[in-house]
Design a protein around this ligand. Structure first.
Ligand code: 5GP
Ligand code: ZN
Length: 115
C-alpha cells in the first residue's frame, strides 16, 4: 500500500469505486474516462509503479490478469468483435497513474498502430 496512490486507495476502499471483479490479488473497475464502449482497468492490488517494477515472483499474478481479461471480455460480449489489452509503461507511453494496470478496450473498431 502506497498512501499517496489512487489505485491503492481504491483497492482498500478508502476511495469508493464500483468493482466489477474482485479477488485477493486483483480487482477491475470501469475507466472514469472511457476511450471505447468497453474500457475496463484490471489492477493488481500490490503496488507496482509500472511494468518496469514487475519481478519474477510476480509472474503468476501477471499471468492471472489474462484469465481475468478473458472472463471480463466474454461477459462484455467481446469474444467475437475482439478486444485489446494494453499497458502504458512510463509517461512517454501515456501512463498517468503510477500503479500498474491493464486496460481492456473493446466495443468499437480499434485501429493499429495506436496514436
Ligand atoms: P494510464 O494513463 O495510466 O495508462 O491509465 C490511467 C487510467 O485511469 C486512465 O484511463 C484514467 O481515465 C483512469 N482513471 C484515472 N482516475 C480514475 C479514477 O478515479 N477512477 C477510475 N475508474 N479511473 C480513473
Ligand atoms: Zn498503488
Amino acid at each position: 500500500m502506497n498512501g499517496d496512490c489512487l489505485f491503492c486507495k481504491i483497492s482498500e476502499g478508502s476511495i469508493p469505486s464500483e468493482k466489477i471483479y474482485e479477488s485477493e490479488t486483483l480487482f477491475a473497475i470501469n475507466d472514469i474516462n472511457p476511450q471505447a464502449p468497453t474500457h475496463i482497468l484490471i489492477i493488481p492490488r500490490a503496488h507496482h509503479s509500472s511494468l518496469l517494477d514487475v519481478e519474477e515472483t510476480d509472474h503468476e499474478l501477471m499471468g492471472s490478469i489474462i484469465t481475468v481479461a478473458n472472463k471480463l471480455a466474454l461477459e462484455q460480449g467481446l469474444d467475437k468483435s475482439g478486444y485489446r489489452l494494453v499497458v502504458n509503461c512510463g509517461e512517454g507511453a501515456g501512463q498517468s497513474v503510477f500503479h500498474i494496470h491493464y486496460h481492456i478496450l473493446g466495443g468499437r473498431p480499434l485501429k493499429w498502430p495506436p496514436g
